[in-house]
Ligand binder design. Sequence first.
Ligand code: FAD
Ligand code: DHB
Length: 389
Amino acid sequence: MRTQVAIVGGGPAGLLLAQLLQTQGIETIVLERYERDDVLSRIRAAVLERGLTDLLHEAGVGAPLEDGGLVHDGIRIAGGGHDFRIDLKALTGSSVTIYGQERVTQDLYAARDAMGLSTLHGCAGMKPHDIDSDQPYLTFLHGGQMNRLDCDFIAGCDGFHGPCRKELPDDTAQAFEQTFPFGWLGVTSDAPPVVEEFLYAGSERGFALCSLQDGERGRYYLQVPLSDSPEEWEDERIWEELARRLPADVANALPGGALSGRDIAPLRSFVSEPMHWGRMFLCGDAAHIVPPTGAKGLNTAASDVQYLYHALTRHYRDGDDAGLKAYSQTALARTWKTQRFSWWMTNLLHRFPAQTAFDLKMQRADLAYLAGSEAAQTTLAENYVGLSY
Ligand code: FAD
Ligand code: DHB
């Protein structure tokens, strides 16, 4: 088998890159480890920046988003005795779109199917080879046999645990990491959302988030110890804990009832440098992870995809490799700003086991400053709606 760009990973980053390259006539094959239903069952991101929605339109998959996406002009923050709205639209001129990651992925798969493009699911033992030569290739098990895919370039869109990042040479690759001493328990309710805009609450008992899966279903997150398992959190216990952490008006309106999709995600900041070696380029969670508080993971994956898409287009259309050479530096420059924002918002709103009395005072002062300063709110809003590419 041969293609121009071999894409490892059929998550949102890999699929979006494939679809965008297709618009330029650049051939791709997407290789995914799991079956499609497994990929689509991951309920995660919901907040899409303008940059990502523009890319989805450019990739030709903007129509369902226009119909099903909810435009949000603000968010609410409660904590440290303050409770206020950040008017994203008024402060930045931009909004965010609420549309689940699984729907983005589904739309991209549907577009790929409609064009008859190749996605191989169930690929095991994926291994990149000769990435520092001009004839890289991948080997993998599929359909009961070993396969080889030759290509011009490999795009490693294979998430945090994927094999591509491990191919960076040990004496060159550097990882920067901070793990947080807690996770997020996430659940979906069949009852309508209890809020119209997202509510981020930093209570004395820890963080809580009221979000929405879509217009019909609410989604909720709780900060929990990493030692907890999802089974320890029965429906009733989750509703009670949410009520303790949320402002009274929302606590009193919680619908109760059955919850699904119960999962605990650890919180981590991670960046691998460089994001490029030879003819292999990393995009999205394969290269970096943010704690989810600022809703930046999927959006940062999309900005990588945008840089790589333009760089590959210049290569094939104009024979110009300047974008490819600059890819790692360009993507990392934006990634580090997103890391800073996600780290800051996580520190602002969570309780840390080792937090001193001084740390708590600092957290309260940060919240008080944010509550009272238009400059501080503008900084948050500018990052939340998304920094320019
Ligand atoms: P992934 O989604 O991880 O996709 C990688 C793909 O590669 C997977 O399909 C995987 O199966 C495949 N793969 C792995 N190994 C191999 C292999 N060996 N061979 C072939 N394929 C392989 N982000 C936001 O922007 N906004 C939010 O609101 C938000 N909320 C979040 C809430 C939670 C609770 C969590 C956990 C995350 C959230 N994120 C959010 C982050 C976001 O979900 C991720 O950043 C996003 O999924 C990254 O996309 P990706 O395509 O890079 O990686
Ligand atoms: C969701 C996730 C986030 O990280 C966030 O900040 C807001 C919403 C969500 O999954 O709905």
